[in-house]
Write a protein that binds this ligand. Structure first.
Ligand SMILES: N[C@@H](CCC(=O)N[C@@H](CS)C(=O)NCC(=O)O)C(=O)O
Length: 231
């Protein structure tokens, strides 16, 4: 099997999306975490947008953009996570295309500058969940995953962002996902899936909270110093 190096910032959800697919496929890979504030030259040379993730294959080829990486991994390593049926595959791709919008709608409040902006931002969360609730309802199979029993690239894509929704809900309660039973059940199934997690869960949530605290945005004030010190 090829040699894979996944270049990462520890808490990046887009990296996590690619790491999930590697784990779902049982692929061994080197997970190399770099410092966001001090990106090494070798990384800048292989990352056109200076962003993570980048996956380097056999020390020869570098791929960037989490969606392109996951499509590549799915084309080259069994088991196939895309559905066999071309219509279902197109539907899955359409919902992964929605992911950047979803991420802004559901976790954008982590960057709100003040209370007014925060209120505007959290008003988008039910709109995003409503769309996903409809998408899950339109699937003929009943969960636990997007396509039913079979795990897919859609699950790998949404898992990091649904996880962060819960982290943000625990910083300042939102209580939105409870109104969308299909989304909630899906999120719970994804959070229970071992592949979702790159780090022990409590450690990772503490890292995420520390990032939000240090960002000095509106939400930062709701993270107690004590909790940060304990990290
Ligand atoms: N569309 C990209 C997004 C990647 C991305 O935004 N990565 C962030 C870290 S989570 C990054 O590298 N940011 C650095 C920067 O913007 O300078 C993907 O899906 O891979």
């Amino acid at each position: 099997m090829a040699k894979y190096l996944l270049v990462s910032f520890k808490t990046c959800p887009w990296v996590q999306r690619a790491a999930i697919v590697l784990r779902e496929k049982g692929v061994e890979f080197e997970f190399r975490h770099i410092d966001r504030d001090n990106r090494p030259d070798w990384f800048l040379a292989i990352s056109p947008h200076k962003k993570v993730p980048v996956i380097r294959i056999d020390d020869k080829v570098s791929l960037f953009e989490s969606n392109a990486i996951n499509e590549y991994l799915d084309e080259t390593i069994a088991p196939r996570l895309h559905p066999e049926d071309p219509v279902q595959r197109a539907i899955n791709r359409a919902w992964t295309d929605f992911l950047p919008t979803f991420s802004e709608m559901v976790t954008g409040q982590a960057y709100s500058e003040d209370e007014a902006e925060y209120k505007d931002d959290i008003a988008k969360i039910p709109q995003a969940f409503e769309k996903l609730e409809g998408a899950l309802k339109a699937q003929s199979a009943q969960g636990p995953f997007f396509n039913g029993a079979k795990y897919s690239l859609v699950d790998a894509a949404y898992a990091p962002f649904l996880q962060r929704y819960y982290y943000l809900d625990r910083i300042k309660p939102l209580g939105v996902i409870e109104k969308f039973p299909r989304v909630k059940a899906w999120a719970e199934a994804l959070l229970q899936r071992p592949s979702t997690h790159s780090f022990p869960e409590a450690e990772f949530e503490a890292m995420y909270r520390l990032n939000v605290k240090l960002r000095k945005k509106y939400l930062s004030q709701f993270i107690a110093d004590q909790a940060v010190a304990a990290e």
